[in-house]
Design a binder for this molecule. Structure first.
Ligand SMILES: [Fe+2]
Length: 426
């Protein structure tokens, strides 16, 4: 495996920016100092005249030597100020990839929950206990390893997650499985999403790695200038095919704090009056990745430019037929067809309803090796950054995020109809 530096990477086919301007190089002891648009960094190799710095990427002051991986993409470790040499999950720390790709295009998805036994007998026979966290949302599950589920049981898991919104599994060996296993496992539920910004396991961009440690740099900037760190959202709703059955696994968590909040968007819809339901059933909202993009570009090179999608405010689950008020504050930028004041008033009312009604909220307290399975179509969530982190403390998760169908609006739903065709083996 060849070793190179950032300066070499940009000339490869994995980084197809057009040549616009190049850095200047100055010989310094042990190598060269490169500078470009006010940024300076060090390279130990001979200057590469073809190098074009990534657009909107703040090149680190001191570039590390990195490896070209077998897939032809080049990855950089997330810059950390903490020593992780003896960390059990060092191999799962976040990396970014220097590549530039076209936005995802819409595709047809087959939901595996459609194959499930409605009674979920195979899965329920395998577990020893299930305890609802509230009557409305969330179930704690004991006595089964997610990693051991059969194909039939995974189908039922997906259906159950759609029904309960959130399923919490403790002490899972899921976190100790190989990346290859996790990707194959996750592909059962849909095409695995690769995030527009970095933070993935090295060599496996389909496995998101989310780390906050005492350095705090990654997440704290996200809430700068805000009264709260609570940011309700479903994951990446700006994509044409937003996310479905999702797996979030805790590798290391603080003793107290860093919980994840969930709310049930199905119950939020059910609570509305009949005239309000009828009104919202026919409306679409614009979902934009702009805010996440602004934040992400500060930390990482980005794979794909930000996108916007228009999605129904009320979406229907393709298998259960349940309707969800799918209106995540983090990504919605407006309601299609309404005038500004109308859109603002409806948005304000819906946000107060979604965020204020604790009737359909719950809260997951993490332990190491807890895995939460949630249906991004039917719930929203937010981390709570309420915990102090001293040296050595960290909150580290990995996430497998399968995409699902293009959201189905109420107006297009026909009883018993799915809209699929995703073949994970194809
Ligand atoms: Fe999220």
């Amino acid at each position: 495996m060849a070793t190179t530096t950032v300066t070499e990477i940009a000339s490869r086919e994995t980084f197809p920016f057009k040549v616009q301007d190049k850095p200047t190089y100055t010989k310094v002891p042990g190598g060269w100092e490169a500078s470009h648009k006010g940024y300076k960094w060090f390279t130990g190799t001979v200057p590469n005249d073809d190098f074009v710095p990534p657009q909107d990427f703040e090149i680190s002051q001191q570039s590390e030597k990195v490896s070209i991986n077998a897939k032809g993409q080049t990855e950089l470790p997330q810059k950390l100020n903490v020593d992780y040499n003896n960390y059990k999950y060092e191999s799962l720390l976040a990396h970014t990839t220097l590549t530039k790709e076209l936005p995802y295009e819409a595709y047809d998805h087959v939901d595996c929950a459609g194959r499930a036994d409605p009674e979920k007998k195979s899965l329920f026979d395998a577990i020893t206990s299930k305890t609802n966290m509230t009557p409305i949302i969330g179930t704690e599950v004991r006595g089964v390893q997610l990693s051991a589920l059969t194909s039939e049981q995974r189908d039922e898991l997906s259906l159950w997650a759609a029904e309960r919104g959130v399923l919490v599994f403790r002490d899972q060996d899921f976190v100790d499985q190989s990346p290859e296993f996790l990707k194959q496992y996750g592909s059962h539920f849909g095409r695995l999403h690769v995030h527009s910004f970095g933070s993935h396991v090295k060599g496996h961009p389909e496995i998101l790695s989310n780390l906050r440690d005492s350095d705090k740099t990654v997440f704290d900037s996200f809430s700068a200038g805000m009264l709260t760190t609570t940011r309700w959202h479903s994951d990446m709703t700006y994509e044409a095919n937003p996310m479905g059955t999702t797996f979030l696994a805790a590798l290391s968590v603080p003793d107290c704090g860093g919980d994840t909040l969930y709310l049930n968007s199905m119950a939020a819809y059910d609570a509305l009056s009949t005239p309000m339901k009828a009104f919202l059933n026919n409306l679409d909202a614009i979902h934009s990745g702009a805010r996440q993009s602004v934040h992400g570009k500060k930390k990482s090179p980005y794979r794909r430019d930000l996108v916007e999608s228009v999605h129904p405010i009320v979406r229907v689950h393709p298998v259960t037929g349940r309707k969800a008020l799918w209106f995540p504050p983090e990504y919605v930028s407006g309601i299609v067809g309404l005038k500004r004041e109308e859109s603002d008033a409806i948005t304000d009312m819906l946000y107060r309803h979604l965020q204020g009604s604790l009737d359909f909220h719950t809260r997951v307290k993490w332990d190491n090796k807890t895995v939460v399975v949630y249906d991004n179509r039917m719930v929203m969530h937010s981390v709570v950054l309420d915990y102090p982190l001293g040296p050595g403390e960290k909150r580290h998760h990995i996430r497998i995020t399968p995409q699902a169908e293009r959201p189905i609006p109420v107006r297009e739903r026909k009883a018993g109809e799915g809209d699929m065709v995703y073949d994970p083996t194809g």
